[in-house]
Ligand binder design. Structure first.
Ligand code: AMP
Length: 226
């Protein structure tokens, strides 16, 4: 795919990314955007920072948001405050023509009150670090019962930073029926083994201990190794 116009992204999004100077999709965008716009299968992708992965998961998530519904529909989990703010800034730029769409960042190391206020106003997309997300769930300020997309960004980092229990607690608040997108810089067999718990197709395909690092699984789900 050579052009964003070849995707089904709508004009408001195309205009926004054009004004940011995006001329053509990066390889991961060319693969993930059509998949996410047309399929509800989970996706696991190996992607380093700088490959355009934020737009890869963000543009479809923005397009598929129901702006009439103020409840949280997309939850993006990432390991650090810096990444949380960067993703939120990027998604806000990509959705600048999408009236009624709100993206809110919640992260530790900052006062929780303004974050609770922002959530109360309604945030269809929430970008969160795991510890703060769990805190807000416990306070009943972050409600995930209507989430349709969960993005685990830098999943390997989150796991190596010891967020596994928080991830378990957070994901248990999300509906069973949802699409999970997992991005990881490293895609070792070990990290696949750990993350398979979170990804439907891996969990349900009963896939072997040594999955191939490339290709598509036979029984559902796409595995992109870029
Ligand atoms: P990311 O990997 O999402 O952190 O993106 C890395 C950088 O590439 C960011 O500054 C994006 O704004 C930029 N970027 C993402 N997609 C494209 C694209 N298709 N064309 C040009 N720049 C892009």
């Amino acid at each position: 795919m050579n052009s964003f116009a070849d995707t089904d992204l709508h004009d408001g999004i195309l205009d926004a990314i054009k004004s940011l100077g995006f001329e053509k999709p990066t390889p991961i965008q060319a693969k993930t955007i059509p998949h996410l716009l047309s399929s509800d299968r989970d996706l696991i992708a190996s992607a380093q920072t700088g490959t355009g992965k934020t737009a890869a998961f963000g543009l479809p998530a923005i397009q598929l948001t129901n702006v009439e519904d103020k409840r949280t529909q997309t939850l993006v989990l990432c390991p650090t405050r810096e990444l949380c703010l960067q993703i939120t800034k990027d998604l806000t730029n990509y959705s600048k023509n999408c009236k009624g769409l709100s993206t809110v960042a919640v992260y530790g190391g900052a006062s929780i009150e303004p974050q609770m206020k922002s959530l109360k106003k309604g945030a269809q997309i929430v970008v969160a670090t795991p510890g703060r997300a769990k805190d807000l769930i416990n306070r009943k300020k972050l409600l995930l019962g209507n989430v349709r997309y969960v993005v685990l960004d830098e999943a390997d980092e989150m796991l190596s930073m010891g967020f596994k229990e928080d991830l378990d607690a957070i994901l248990s608040e999300t509906p069973k029926k949802k699409q999970t997108l997992l991005f990881s810089a490293t895609m070792s067999r070990e990290s696949i083994a750990i993350t398979k718990k979170y990804v439907f197709f891996l969990r349900n395909a009963g896939y072997p201990r040594n999955p191939p690092l490339k290709g598509t699984f036979a029984r559902g789900g796409n595995f992109l190794h870029l």
